[in-house]
Design a protein around this ligand. Structure first.
Ligand SMILES: Cc1cc2nc3c(=O)[nH]c(=O)nc-3n(C[C@H](O)[C@H](O)[C@H](O)COP(=O)(O)OP(=O)(O)OC[C@H]3O[C@@H](n4cnc5c(N)ncnc54)[C@H](O)[C@@H]3O)c2cc1C
Length: 427
Protein backbone atom coordinates (compact mmCIF):
# COMPACT_ATOMS: atom_id res chain seq x y z
CA UNK A 1 0.00 0.00 0.00
CA UNK A 2 2.78 2.43 0.92
CA UNK A 3 4.40 1.69 -2.45
CA UNK A 4 1.21 2.63 -4.30
CA UNK A 5 0.73 5.71 -2.13
CA UNK A 6 4.27 6.76 -3.02
CA UNK A 7 2.96 7.85 -6.39
CA UNK A 8 0.24 9.99 -4.78
CA UNK A 9 0.71 13.67 -5.57
CA UNK A 10 -0.72 14.94 -2.30
CA UNK A 11 -0.13 13.80 1.21
CA UNK A 12 -2.82 11.35 2.32
CA UNK A 13 -4.29 10.93 5.78
CA UNK A 14 -4.02 7.24 6.67
CA UNK A 15 -5.67 5.87 9.80
CA UNK A 16 -3.66 2.93 11.17
CA UNK A 17 -5.48 0.79 13.73
CA UNK A 18 -3.15 -0.82 16.25
CA UNK A 19 0.00 0.58 17.83
CA UNK A 20 2.02 -2.64 17.94
CA UNK A 21 5.25 -2.92 15.96
CA UNK A 22 3.34 -3.41 12.68
CA UNK A 23 1.19 -0.32 13.13
CA UNK A 24 4.11 1.83 14.27
CA UNK A 25 6.35 0.59 11.45
CA UNK A 26 3.57 1.26 8.94
CA UNK A 27 3.18 4.82 10.27
CA UNK A 28 6.96 5.34 10.17
CA UNK A 29 7.12 4.42 6.49
CA UNK A 30 4.04 6.54 5.75
CA UNK A 31 5.65 9.67 7.18
CA UNK A 32 8.83 8.81 5.28
CA UNK A 33 6.73 8.80 2.09
CA UNK A 34 5.23 12.21 2.95
CA UNK A 35 1.83 11.09 4.24
CA UNK A 36 0.04 11.78 7.51
CA UNK A 37 -0.68 8.62 9.49
CA UNK A 38 -2.93 8.64 12.54
CA UNK A 39 -2.25 5.59 14.72
CA UNK A 40 -5.12 4.53 16.98
CA UNK A 41 -4.00 2.20 19.76
CA UNK A 42 -6.64 0.73 22.06
CA UNK A 43 -4.50 0.49 25.15
CA UNK A 44 -2.73 3.28 26.98
CA UNK A 45 0.59 1.65 26.23
CA UNK A 46 2.11 1.21 22.78
CA UNK A 47 3.81 -1.90 21.49
CA UNK A 48 1.12 -4.60 21.55
CA UNK A 49 3.01 -7.84 22.09
CA UNK A 50 6.19 -5.89 22.79
CA UNK A 51 4.47 -3.65 25.32
CA UNK A 52 5.62 -3.51 28.93
CA UNK A 53 4.83 -1.52 32.04
CA UNK A 54 6.38 -0.96 35.45
CA UNK A 55 5.09 -2.70 38.58
CA UNK A 56 5.00 -1.07 42.02
CA UNK A 57 8.66 -2.02 42.64
CA UNK A 58 9.79 -0.36 39.43
CA UNK A 59 10.38 -3.66 37.58
CA UNK A 60 9.32 -3.93 33.96
CA UNK A 61 6.56 -6.44 33.27
CA UNK A 62 6.79 -7.56 29.67
CA UNK A 63 4.10 -9.02 27.43
CA UNK A 64 6.66 -11.27 25.79
CA UNK A 65 10.31 -12.29 25.83
CA UNK A 66 11.73 -10.91 22.62
CA UNK A 67 14.86 -11.64 20.71
CA UNK A 68 15.80 -10.38 17.27
CA UNK A 69 17.38 -12.69 14.70
CA UNK A 70 19.96 -11.55 12.18
CA UNK A 71 17.56 -12.96 9.58
CA UNK A 72 15.01 -10.19 10.18
CA UNK A 73 15.86 -7.74 7.37
CA UNK A 74 12.87 -5.45 7.95
CA UNK A 75 13.47 -5.18 11.68
CA UNK A 76 17.20 -4.62 11.15
CA UNK A 77 16.45 -1.86 8.62
CA UNK A 78 14.04 -0.28 11.06
CA UNK A 79 16.63 -0.26 13.84
CA UNK A 80 19.18 1.33 11.50
CA UNK A 81 16.80 3.92 10.07
CA UNK A 82 15.76 4.96 13.57
CA UNK A 83 19.41 5.00 14.60
CA UNK A 84 18.71 2.45 17.31
CA UNK A 85 20.97 -0.37 16.11
CA UNK A 86 23.35 0.15 19.02
CA UNK A 87 20.55 -0.84 21.36
CA UNK A 88 20.75 -4.41 20.09
CA UNK A 89 22.95 -6.57 22.27
CA UNK A 90 24.24 -9.30 19.95
CA UNK A 91 25.00 -12.60 21.65
CA UNK A 92 27.66 -15.14 20.64
CA UNK A 93 26.44 -17.00 17.56
CA UNK A 94 25.22 -20.26 19.04
CA UNK A 95 21.98 -22.11 19.66
CA UNK A 96 21.73 -23.58 23.13
CA UNK A 97 19.46 -26.42 24.16
CA UNK A 98 18.82 -27.88 27.61
CA UNK A 99 19.43 -31.63 27.80
CA UNK A 100 16.41 -33.08 29.61
CA UNK A 101 17.98 -36.54 29.82
CA UNK A 102 20.90 -35.10 31.79
CA UNK A 103 19.21 -32.54 34.06
CA UNK A 104 21.17 -29.36 34.54
CA UNK A 105 23.23 -29.75 31.36
CA UNK A 106 23.12 -27.87 28.07
CA UNK A 107 24.50 -28.33 24.61
CA UNK A 108 25.21 -25.71 21.95
CA UNK A 109 25.48 -25.53 18.20
CA UNK A 110 28.43 -23.18 17.75
CA UNK A 111 28.55 -21.18 14.52
CA UNK A 112 32.20 -20.42 13.71
CA UNK A 113 32.88 -16.72 13.06
CA UNK A 114 33.99 -15.47 9.63
CA UNK A 115 32.76 -18.61 7.88
CA UNK A 116 30.20 -17.89 5.13
CA UNK A 117 26.72 -19.45 4.98
CA UNK A 118 25.81 -22.26 4.60
CA UNK A 119 29.19 -23.62 5.76
CA UNK A 120 28.98 -22.02 9.20
CA UNK A 121 25.72 -23.88 9.86
CA UNK A 122 27.12 -27.11 8.43
CA UNK A 123 30.06 -26.75 10.83
CA UNK A 124 27.69 -26.03 13.75
CA UNK A 125 25.61 -29.12 13.01
CA UNK A 126 28.51 -31.45 12.30
CA UNK A 127 30.44 -30.46 15.38
CA UNK A 128 27.59 -31.19 17.79
CA UNK A 129 26.95 -34.87 18.39
CA UNK A 130 24.98 -34.61 21.60
CA UNK A 131 21.56 -34.19 20.01
CA UNK A 132 21.83 -36.00 16.70
CA UNK A 133 24.20 -38.71 15.53
CA UNK A 134 25.85 -38.73 12.08
CA UNK A 135 23.29 -41.16 10.63
CA UNK A 136 20.37 -38.99 11.74
CA UNK A 137 22.03 -35.92 10.26
CA UNK A 138 22.46 -37.73 6.96
CA UNK A 139 18.80 -38.82 7.08
CA UNK A 140 17.78 -35.17 7.24
CA UNK A 141 19.44 -34.37 3.91
CA UNK A 142 16.70 -35.63 1.50
CA UNK A 143 14.16 -33.27 3.09
CA UNK A 144 16.45 -30.27 3.45
CA UNK A 145 18.36 -30.44 0.18
CA UNK A 146 15.39 -29.42 -2.03
CA UNK A 147 14.90 -26.46 0.30
CA UNK A 148 18.49 -25.37 -0.37
CA UNK A 149 18.27 -25.99 -4.11
CA UNK A 150 14.75 -24.78 -4.89
CA UNK A 151 14.32 -22.20 -2.13
CA UNK A 152 11.00 -20.58 -1.34
CA UNK A 153 9.06 -22.35 -4.14
CA UNK A 154 9.77 -25.71 -2.53
CA UNK A 155 8.99 -24.31 0.92
CA UNK A 156 5.64 -22.86 -0.15
CA UNK A 157 4.67 -26.17 -1.74
CA UNK A 158 5.03 -27.87 1.68
CA UNK A 159 2.39 -25.64 3.27
CA UNK A 160 -0.28 -28.34 3.31
CA UNK A 161 2.00 -30.77 5.16
CA UNK A 162 2.37 -30.84 8.91
CA UNK A 163 5.85 -31.42 10.29
CA UNK A 164 5.00 -35.07 10.96
CA UNK A 165 3.69 -35.59 7.40
CA UNK A 166 6.76 -33.92 5.89
CA UNK A 167 9.07 -36.06 8.00
CA UNK A 168 7.42 -39.30 6.99
CA UNK A 169 7.38 -38.22 3.31
CA UNK A 170 11.16 -37.61 3.38
CA UNK A 171 12.05 -40.48 5.72
CA UNK A 172 13.36 -38.36 8.56
CA UNK A 173 13.85 -40.24 11.82
CA UNK A 174 11.56 -39.52 14.77
CA UNK A 175 14.56 -38.32 16.79
CA UNK A 176 14.88 -35.23 14.54
CA UNK A 177 11.41 -34.17 15.56
CA UNK A 178 12.06 -34.90 19.22
CA UNK A 179 15.40 -33.15 19.32
CA UNK A 180 14.91 -30.25 16.90
CA UNK A 181 11.45 -29.71 15.42
CA UNK A 182 9.49 -29.68 18.70
CA UNK A 183 11.78 -26.95 19.99
CA UNK A 184 11.47 -25.01 16.72
CA UNK A 185 7.66 -25.32 16.53
CA UNK A 186 7.27 -24.12 20.09
CA UNK A 187 9.68 -21.23 19.59
CA UNK A 188 8.41 -20.07 16.20
CA UNK A 189 4.66 -20.48 16.60
CA UNK A 190 4.09 -21.59 20.20
CA UNK A 191 2.70 -24.94 19.07
CA UNK A 192 3.40 -28.61 18.74
CA UNK A 193 5.00 -29.32 15.34
CA UNK A 194 2.28 -31.84 14.47
CA UNK A 195 -0.16 -28.92 14.39
CA UNK A 196 2.15 -26.70 12.38
CA UNK A 197 2.70 -26.33 8.66
CA UNK A 198 6.18 -27.50 7.64
CA UNK A 199 6.60 -24.35 5.60
CA UNK A 200 6.95 -22.35 8.83
CA UNK A 201 9.88 -24.46 9.99
CA UNK A 202 11.47 -24.54 6.53
CA UNK A 203 11.16 -20.78 6.04
CA UNK A 204 13.09 -20.19 9.25
CA UNK A 205 15.67 -22.89 8.47
CA UNK A 206 16.19 -21.53 4.97
CA UNK A 207 16.97 -18.06 6.32
CA UNK A 208 19.23 -19.50 8.98
CA UNK A 209 21.11 -21.65 6.46
CA UNK A 210 21.52 -19.00 3.77
CA UNK A 211 22.53 -16.00 5.85
CA UNK A 212 25.77 -16.11 7.79
CA UNK A 213 24.29 -14.26 10.78
CA UNK A 214 20.67 -15.37 10.19
CA UNK A 215 20.41 -17.40 13.37
CA UNK A 216 22.42 -15.04 15.55
CA UNK A 217 20.28 -13.41 18.20
CA UNK A 218 20.19 -10.01 19.82
CA UNK A 219 18.38 -8.76 22.91
CA UNK A 220 17.20 -5.20 23.30
CA UNK A 221 19.40 -3.47 25.89
CA UNK A 222 16.45 -2.44 28.05
CA UNK A 223 12.69 -2.15 28.36
CA UNK A 224 10.80 -2.21 25.09
CA UNK A 225 8.65 0.93 25.58
CA UNK A 226 11.59 3.30 26.20
CA UNK A 227 14.15 1.62 23.99
CA UNK A 228 11.97 0.87 20.95
CA UNK A 229 8.36 2.11 21.01
CA UNK A 230 8.94 5.68 22.23
CA UNK A 231 11.57 6.44 19.59
CA UNK A 232 9.17 5.16 16.93
CA UNK A 233 6.42 7.40 18.26
CA UNK A 234 8.74 10.42 18.38
CA UNK A 235 9.90 9.79 14.84
CA UNK A 236 6.32 9.64 13.55
CA UNK A 237 5.12 12.68 15.50
CA UNK A 238 8.13 14.82 14.55
CA UNK A 239 7.26 14.30 10.91
CA UNK A 240 3.60 15.24 11.18
CA UNK A 241 2.00 11.91 12.08
CA UNK A 242 -0.17 11.31 15.11
CA UNK A 243 -0.12 8.49 17.64
CA UNK A 244 -3.16 8.28 19.89
CA UNK A 245 -3.30 5.76 22.74
CA UNK A 246 -6.34 4.63 24.75
CA UNK A 247 -8.48 4.78 21.60
CA UNK A 248 -10.05 1.40 20.82
CA UNK A 249 -11.75 1.21 17.45
CA UNK A 250 -15.24 -0.18 18.11
CA UNK A 251 -16.62 -0.46 14.60
CA UNK A 252 -15.57 -0.11 10.99
CA UNK A 253 -18.23 2.09 9.37
CA UNK A 254 -18.96 1.24 5.75
CA UNK A 255 -21.03 2.83 3.01
CA UNK A 256 -21.83 1.97 -0.58
CA UNK A 257 -20.05 -1.12 -1.89
CA UNK A 258 -18.56 -1.76 1.53
CA UNK A 259 -16.25 1.27 1.25
CA UNK A 260 -14.88 2.41 4.62
CA UNK A 261 -16.38 5.74 5.68
CA UNK A 262 -14.78 6.01 9.09
CA UNK A 263 -13.90 4.25 12.31
CA UNK A 264 -16.09 4.49 15.34
CA UNK A 265 -14.24 5.16 18.63
CA UNK A 266 -15.46 6.20 22.08
CA UNK A 267 -14.45 9.77 21.23
CA UNK A 268 -16.31 9.89 17.89
CA UNK A 269 -15.68 8.89 14.29
CA UNK A 270 -12.16 9.05 12.89
CA UNK A 271 -11.87 9.49 9.13
CA UNK A 272 -9.02 9.20 6.67
CA UNK A 273 -8.28 8.81 2.98
CA UNK A 274 -7.07 5.27 3.64
CA UNK A 275 -7.30 2.80 6.51
CA UNK A 276 -4.87 0.13 7.65
CA UNK A 277 -5.57 -2.65 10.14
CA UNK A 278 -2.56 -3.60 12.23
CA UNK A 279 -4.73 -5.40 14.78
CA UNK A 280 -4.33 -9.06 15.73
CA UNK A 281 -6.34 -11.27 13.41
CA UNK A 282 -8.78 -12.38 16.14
CA UNK A 283 -9.78 -8.77 16.79
CA UNK A 284 -10.03 -7.99 13.08
CA UNK A 285 -12.38 -10.96 12.67
CA UNK A 286 -14.67 -9.52 15.33
CA UNK A 287 -14.68 -6.10 13.68
CA UNK A 288 -15.26 -7.25 10.09
CA UNK A 289 -18.24 -5.28 8.77
CA UNK A 290 -21.23 -7.30 7.52
CA UNK A 291 -20.81 -5.71 4.11
CA UNK A 292 -17.52 -7.54 3.64
CA UNK A 293 -18.72 -10.98 4.68
CA UNK A 294 -19.14 -12.27 1.10
CA UNK A 295 -15.86 -10.86 -0.21
CA UNK A 296 -13.35 -13.70 -0.82
CA UNK A 297 -10.40 -11.70 0.54
CA UNK A 298 -12.12 -11.22 3.88
CA UNK A 299 -13.81 -14.63 4.14
CA UNK A 300 -10.33 -16.15 4.16
CA UNK A 301 -9.64 -14.34 7.42
CA UNK A 302 -12.06 -16.72 9.12
CA UNK A 303 -9.54 -19.50 8.59
CA UNK A 304 -6.89 -17.65 10.60
CA UNK A 305 -6.56 -17.90 14.36
CA UNK A 306 -4.09 -16.35 16.76
CA UNK A 307 -2.08 -18.85 18.81
CA UNK A 308 -2.35 -18.15 22.54
CA UNK A 309 0.83 -18.12 24.57
CA UNK A 310 1.87 -17.29 28.11
CA UNK A 311 4.86 -15.19 29.12
CA UNK A 312 6.27 -15.64 32.62
CA UNK A 313 8.85 -13.64 34.54
CA UNK A 314 10.27 -15.09 37.77
CA UNK A 315 12.54 -13.15 40.11
CA UNK A 316 14.70 -15.51 42.21
CA UNK A 317 16.54 -14.61 45.39
CA UNK A 318 19.83 -15.90 44.00
CA UNK A 319 21.75 -16.33 40.81
CA UNK A 320 21.00 -19.47 38.81
CA UNK A 321 23.67 -20.94 36.51
CA UNK A 322 23.37 -18.30 33.84
CA UNK A 323 23.83 -18.40 30.10
CA UNK A 324 24.26 -15.19 28.17
CA UNK A 325 21.65 -15.85 25.49
CA UNK A 326 18.46 -17.60 24.58
CA UNK A 327 17.99 -21.20 25.64
CA UNK A 328 15.57 -23.82 24.34
CA UNK A 329 14.32 -25.50 27.49
CA UNK A 330 13.03 -28.60 25.65
CA UNK A 331 10.51 -29.39 28.33
CA UNK A 332 6.84 -30.20 27.64
CA UNK A 333 5.38 -26.83 28.62
CA UNK A 334 8.28 -24.45 28.21
CA UNK A 335 9.63 -23.15 24.96
CA UNK A 336 12.52 -20.70 25.16
CA UNK A 337 13.75 -18.73 28.14
CA UNK A 338 16.48 -16.26 29.01
CA UNK A 339 18.01 -15.09 32.24
CA UNK A 340 17.35 -11.40 31.70
CA UNK A 341 19.58 -10.47 34.64
CA UNK A 342 22.44 -11.53 32.35
CA UNK A 343 21.15 -10.98 28.82
CA UNK A 344 19.77 -7.46 29.09
CA UNK A 345 21.86 -4.50 30.21
CA UNK A 346 19.04 -2.64 31.97
CA UNK A 347 17.91 -5.74 33.87
CA UNK A 348 21.46 -6.75 34.83
CA UNK A 349 21.80 -8.06 38.37
CA UNK A 350 24.98 -9.58 39.69
CA UNK A 351 23.33 -11.45 42.54
CA UNK A 352 19.86 -12.51 41.47
CA UNK A 353 18.32 -14.12 38.39
CA UNK A 354 15.20 -13.01 36.59
CA UNK A 355 14.07 -15.70 34.19
CA UNK A 356 11.71 -14.75 31.41
CA UNK A 357 10.05 -17.81 29.91
CA UNK A 358 7.66 -18.57 27.11
CA UNK A 359 5.09 -21.15 28.17
CA UNK A 360 3.93 -23.11 25.10
CA UNK A 361 1.89 -24.87 23.90
CA UNK A 362 -0.71 -23.21 26.09
CA UNK A 363 -3.90 -24.76 24.75
CA UNK A 364 -5.13 -28.18 23.69
CA UNK A 365 -5.53 -26.87 20.14
CA UNK A 366 -1.83 -25.99 20.10
CA UNK A 367 -0.85 -29.41 21.46
CA UNK A 368 -0.98 -29.11 25.27
CA UNK A 369 -2.72 -31.77 27.34
CA UNK A 370 -4.64 -29.11 29.19
CA UNK A 371 -5.93 -25.64 28.37
CA UNK A 372 -3.46 -23.59 30.38
CA UNK A 373 -4.73 -20.31 29.03
CA UNK A 374 -7.14 -18.92 31.62
CA UNK A 375 -5.77 -21.24 34.36
CA UNK A 376 -4.75 -19.47 37.56
CA UNK A 377 -1.37 -17.76 37.72
CA UNK A 378 -0.49 -19.98 40.71
CA UNK A 379 -1.09 -23.18 38.71
CA UNK A 380 0.93 -21.86 35.78
CA UNK A 381 3.82 -20.91 38.07
CA UNK A 382 3.71 -24.32 39.77
CA UNK A 383 3.84 -26.14 36.41
CA UNK A 384 6.71 -23.87 35.30
CA UNK A 385 8.76 -24.49 38.43
CA UNK A 386 8.18 -28.24 38.11
CA UNK A 387 9.75 -28.15 34.65
CA UNK A 388 12.55 -25.84 35.76
CA UNK A 389 13.55 -28.46 38.35
CA UNK A 390 14.89 -30.45 35.42
CA UNK A 391 16.73 -27.50 33.89
CA UNK A 392 18.22 -26.25 37.18
CA UNK A 393 18.20 -29.32 39.48
CA UNK A 394 20.64 -27.76 41.97
CA UNK A 395 18.74 -24.49 42.31
CA UNK A 396 15.06 -25.03 41.60
CA UNK A 397 13.90 -27.62 44.12
CA UNK A 398 11.60 -27.87 47.10
CA UNK A 399 14.27 -28.02 49.76
CA UNK A 400 17.19 -25.64 49.80
CA UNK A 401 16.33 -24.24 46.38
CA UNK A 402 16.24 -20.63 45.26
CA UNK A 403 13.21 -18.73 46.50
CA UNK A 404 10.79 -17.07 44.14
CA UNK A 405 10.71 -13.42 45.23
CA UNK A 406 7.93 -12.56 42.80
CA UNK A 407 6.55 -13.54 39.43
CA UNK A 408 4.19 -12.38 36.72
CA UNK A 409 2.10 -14.33 34.24
CA UNK A 410 0.91 -12.64 31.02
CA UNK A 411 -1.67 -14.62 29.08
CA UNK A 412 -1.32 -13.18 25.62
CA UNK A 413 -4.55 -14.44 24.07
CA UNK A 414 -6.50 -12.77 26.83
CA UNK A 415 -5.17 -9.42 25.65
CA UNK A 416 -6.79 -9.83 22.26
CA UNK A 417 -10.04 -11.14 23.73
CA UNK A 418 -10.51 -8.33 26.20
CA UNK A 419 -12.55 -5.72 24.38
CA UNK A 420 -12.10 -3.25 27.24
CA UNK A 421 -8.31 -3.36 26.79
CA UNK A 422 -7.95 -3.14 30.56
CA UNK A 423 -5.84 -6.20 31.20
CA UNK A 424 -2.51 -4.67 32.00
CA UNK A 425 -2.29 -2.43 35.05
CA UNK A 426 -1.29 0.36 32.68
CA UNK A 427 -4.96 0.44 31.60
C1 LIG B 1 5.37 -14.21 24.39
C2 LIG B 1 5.77 -13.75 23.01
C3 LIG B 1 7.10 -13.86 22.62
C4 LIG B 1 7.47 -13.47 21.34
N1 LIG B 1 8.79 -13.55 21.00
C5 LIG B 1 9.20 -13.12 19.79
C6 LIG B 1 10.57 -13.11 19.46
O1 LIG B 1 11.41 -13.46 20.26
N2 LIG B 1 10.92 -12.68 18.23
C7 LIG B 1 9.97 -12.27 17.33
O2 LIG B 1 10.34 -11.89 16.23
N3 LIG B 1 8.67 -12.25 17.61
C8 LIG B 1 8.25 -12.66 18.83
N4 LIG B 1 6.93 -12.63 19.14
C9 LIG B 1 5.97 -12.20 18.11
C10 LIG B 1 5.92 -10.69 18.02
O3 LIG B 1 5.72 -10.12 19.28
C11 LIG B 1 4.75 -10.28 17.13
O4 LIG B 1 4.86 -10.90 15.87
C12 LIG B 1 4.67 -8.79 16.90
O5 LIG B 1 4.94 -8.04 18.06
C13 LIG B 1 3.28 -8.50 16.36
O6 LIG B 1 3.14 -7.12 16.20
P1 LIG B 1 1.81 -6.53 15.62
O7 LIG B 1 1.94 -5.06 15.64
O8 LIG B 1 1.50 -7.18 14.31
O9 LIG B 1 0.65 -7.05 16.58
P2 LIG B 1 0.39 -6.70 18.10
O10 LIG B 1 1.66 -6.56 18.81
O11 LIG B 1 -0.59 -7.70 18.57
O12 LIG B 1 -0.29 -5.27 18.04
C14 LIG B 1 -1.62 -5.08 17.74
C15 LIG B 1 -2.09 -3.84 18.46
O13 LIG B 1 -3.43 -3.59 18.08
C16 LIG B 1 -4.09 -3.08 19.22
N5 LIG B 1 -5.53 -3.25 19.03
C17 LIG B 1 -6.25 -4.40 19.09
N6 LIG B 1 -7.54 -4.13 18.86
C18 LIG B 1 -7.65 -2.80 18.66
C19 LIG B 1 -8.76 -1.92 18.39
N7 LIG B 1 -9.98 -2.40 18.28
N8 LIG B 1 -8.50 -0.61 18.25
C20 LIG B 1 -7.23 -0.13 18.34
N9 LIG B 1 -6.16 -0.91 18.61
C21 LIG B 1 -6.38 -2.23 18.75
C22 LIG B 1 -3.54 -3.94 20.36
O14 LIG B 1 -3.78 -3.34 21.61
C23 LIG B 1 -2.08 -4.00 19.98
O15 LIG B 1 -1.33 -2.96 20.55
C24 LIG B 1 6.52 -12.99 20.43
C25 LIG B 1 5.18 -12.86 20.82
C26 LIG B 1 4.82 -13.22 22.10
C27 LIG B 1 3.39 -13.07 22.50
Amino acid sequence: MIASLNGAKESKRVVVVGGGLSGLACAKYLVDAGHKPVVLEARKVLGGKVSAWKDKDGNWIETGLHIFFGAYPNMMNLFSELDLHERLQWKPHRMTFAMPKNPGTFTSFEFPPNVPAPFNMAAAILSNNEMLGLVEKIQMVPGLLPMLLEGQDFIDAQDELSVAEFMSKYGMPESVKKEIFIAMGKALDFMDPDKLSMSVILTAMNRFINEADGSQTAFLDGNQPDRLCSPMREYIEKRGGEVRTGVPVREILTGEGGRVEGLSTDGGTVEGDYYVSAMPVDVMKKLLPKAWSGMPFFTQINELEGVPVINIQIWFDRKLPALDGLCFSRSPLLSVYADMSVCCEEYYDENKSMLELVFAPATKAAGAERNWISESDEDILEATLKELENVFPEDVKDEGGAKVEKYTVEQVQAITEDTNFQLCPCG
